[in-house]
Design a protein around this ligand. Sequence first.
Ligand code: PRX
Length: 701
Amino acid sequence: TSDHLRHVESMAQLPSGAGKISHLNAVILGESLASEENDLVFPSPEFSAQALVSSPNRCAGYQQMYRRSVEDPAGFWSEIASQFCWKEKWHPEVYAENIDVGKGTVRIEWFKGATTNICYNALDRNVEAGNGGKVAIYWEGNEPGQDGQLTYAELLDKVCQLSNYLKHVGVGKGDAVVIYLPMLMELPIAMLACARIGAVHRYSPQMSVVFAGFSAESLAQRILDCKPKVVITCNAVQRGPKTIHLKEIVDSALTECANDGISIGLCLTYENQSAMEREATKWQEGRDVWWQDVVPKFSTKCLVEWVDAEDPLFLLYTSGSTGKPKGVLHTTGGYMVYTATTFKYAFDYKPSDIYWCTADCGWITGHSYVTYGPLLNGATIVVFEGAPSYPDSGRCWDIVDKYKVSIFYTAPTLVRSLMRDGDEYVTRYSRKSLRVLGSVGEPINPSAWRWFFNVVGDSRCPISDTWWQTETGGFMIAPLPGAWPQKPGSATFPFFGVLPVIVDEKGNEIEGECSGYLCIKKSWPGAFRTLYGDHERFETTYFKPFPGYYFTGDGCSRDKDGYHWLTGRVDDVINVSGHRIGTAEVESALVSHPQCAEAAVVGVEHEVKGQGIYAFVTLVEGVPYSEELQKSLILTVRNQIGAFAAPDKIHWAPGLPKTRSGKIMRRILRKIASRQLDELGDTSTLADPSVVDQLISLSDC
Ligand code: PRX
C-alpha cells in the first residue's frame, strides 16, 4: 500500500519541465521530448475544469479519493453503494475476503446479506427518477439508415415482457439461460430480463452470453457446461456484406449436445427480418419458438426478484493457458457498484453524454460497459449491429455524427485498422460531439494512441486506456480524464480501491521504477468469485502463483513517475484483436485434424491485430504437406473455436524442438516465428538440436 501511495503522491511532482506545458497540443506537437515515455499529454484546462475528478493541483483530487479508497475500503465503497437501491442493507460487514491461499480457501464477498436487483437499479430506478423518457438505446443496424431506439420506460417494458415469458416457461432456481445473439437491442434486453428474475428463493438463473462469433462446437461446449433450460438466439445477422445464419450454428450445437445426452427443450428465436425471412429459417417444431410470437403477449409489468448481493449474475467463458475455457463467475452487488462507478469516473460521464462502446456483449466489455455500467448510470448508449468498415471505413464517424456520440470506447485493433485506411475517412465527418475516447483489450501502441488522439479526437479528447480483464469485472488501471496528464501507451494509475503491485519471479514486491509480474493485493467489489464448478482451478490459476496476491497473468512495468505500462501476457495466452485465445485451445483443435500429429502454437506481432497466431504443425507419418492441407487445418480451427482464432500462419514442422523430457521449447518457436534467428539462445538442451535448422529452412514453405 505504502509503495503505491508514494507513487500516487509523487505524481504531484511530475517533471518540472513537463509541468510548464499546460496545453495538450504543445506536448503532442513538441518534437523536443527525448523519449516517448516522457511525453506527457495534458488535458485542456477547459476539460479539467469540468471533470468529475479535476486537477487544480495536478492529481490532488484523485490522490485524496484514492487514499481514502485503499485506507478505508469499507467506508469508501459503502458510501458509493448507498446511492443504489437495496431491498436490505448488507450485514454484518461491507466485505470479507481471504485471497491468501496459505490461510485457507480463497473467498471474496462484498455487501453480503444485502439484497438487490441489478435490472431494477439499471431500469426501474432511472424511470422512477423521472428519466423514463430518456433514450436508453440507440440501435444502428448493419445498413446505414436502419435504426431504432428505446427509452428507459420502453426498455423496461420489453425487459419485463421477456422476464414474464421466461418465468412462464419455467426458468427457475438453478436454471441457466444461454444467450447467443448479435448486437440487436434484444441482446441487452435478454441479459436484463435474466437478471430481473434471478431471485434468491425461487429463481437463480445463471446467464451466459456467448459471443456470436464462436463456432457451433464452442457454443456446444458452453451449453454442455451450464445445461441451460433455454437458449436465446436469432435466425441470422448481417455483418457487412455477409449474412451469418446464427440459428443454423445453434442447431448444430444443439444436435451435438443431444449426442452427448443433453437435450435443450427451448430455443427462443428472434426474427431478425433485415437479415433473413422467417420462412427461410430451418425450424424444429416443439423446440423452436419465435420471440415475436410469444414475448409481446406478456405483461409489461414484472416484479423484480431480490437477490443476495453474492448471488451469481452471469458466467462468462474465457481462455486460459491450459485446458478448456474457464467459466468466470460474477455475482451481483459488488459487480453492480463497481461497473457503475468505474464507468462514471473513467469516462468522466455526464448525463448529457451519448456513449458508444463498439464491443460485442459476448465479451466482458459488452457486459460491463455496453450494458450494466452505462445503464446503471442512466446513460444513453449506442448499440451497433454491423461492421465498422461497412459500407466503408468511415462508418464509425458517420455513427458518431448521427447520434452525437460524446464518449467512444473501442479496441486498439480497430484504431490500427482505421489508421491504415487513411485519415480522409475520419476527417470527412465532423466528430464535434466527441469529448472522451477509450481503449481496451490490449496495449495501445503510442503511434495508434497518437492517431486516435490527434486525428479522431482532434487533439481535444483525453483517451481512457483501460486495463482490466474478464476476471476483474471492471477497470483496474485507467486514466481519469482530466485528473492527470497522460502518456501515450500507458494505462496510467489504478482505479479507486485497486492496489496493483509488481512482483519478481519469487513473488517479492518490487518498488520504484521496475518491470515484473502484475498482481493485485486485496479484493475489489467487481472481482470474480470463482471459476464455475472448479474452485480449485480458480485458486491454482490465480492465487497460487504468488501467494497473498491475485495474479493477473500480465507483465507490467512502472516508470519513474509511477505510470503503469502493460507489456502483455506472460502465460500461454495470445491476445488477437483484443480476444484472448489459449495456445492450448488452438493446438487441441489442430491435433483433432486426422492428418495432424502434433501442434505448437505461439503468438507473433501483427500490425493490425496486435498478435497473430502462428502454428507449427507436425503431420502424421507419410502425409505430404500441401496448400490444401494447410487450408483444411485452418478450417478445423475456425469450426471448432471461431473465425477469430484461425491461425495466420501454418509452419510445417517435421519435428518440434523438445527438451529431453519431452517439453516443447516455445521460446525457440517464438524466435523462429518472429524471424529473430540470431536470438535463438541455447539450443544444446534439446533432445535433437537439428530440428531447429530444419524448421528454419522450412520457414517460407
Ligand atoms: O493482457 C491484458 C489485455 O487483455 C487481457 C484480458 O483479456 P480479457 O479477459 O479478454 O478482457 C479484455 C477486456 C477487458 C489482459 O490480461 N488487456 C486488456 N486491456 C488492456 C490490456 N492490455 C493492455 N492495456 C489494456 N488497456
